[in-house]
Design a protein. Structure first.
Length: 97
């Protein structure tokens, strides 16, 4: 149970740090109207979040497509079959002559 809580905390800190770095939200602190208190404002930029997530999804999809095409090449050996040789090459390589 503690491991799951630690994993959740690490994921939350990672998303929070990446979100702050990418400008998904801004945190501002300013003095409140009552002396000795502070007001904290958090502005969330949902348009930036959705644009970044769509861009990441597209990059992931492109990466998966390239990996899939590489796997297909590996599945068939990645070899190019030779084209049929011309009659002149066949005669030159023929050991009977």
């Amino acid at each position: 149970m503690r491991n799951m809580l630690a994993l959740f905390g690490a994921a939350l800190l990672t998303v929070g740090g990446v979100g702050w770095y990418l400008g998904w939200y801004k945190v501002r602190s300013q003095p409140a109207s009552v002396p000795g208190q502070h007001s904290v404002n958090i502005d969330i930029n949902t348009n930036k979040i959705s644009a970044d997530l769509q861009q990441g999804e597209q990059k992931l999809q492109q990466w998966l497509e390239t990996k899939g095409s590489e796997q297909n090449k590996k599945a068939d050996g990645g070899l190019m079959l030779p084209s049929p040789s011309s009659p002149t090459h066949a005669k030159a390589n023929d050991p009977q002559k």
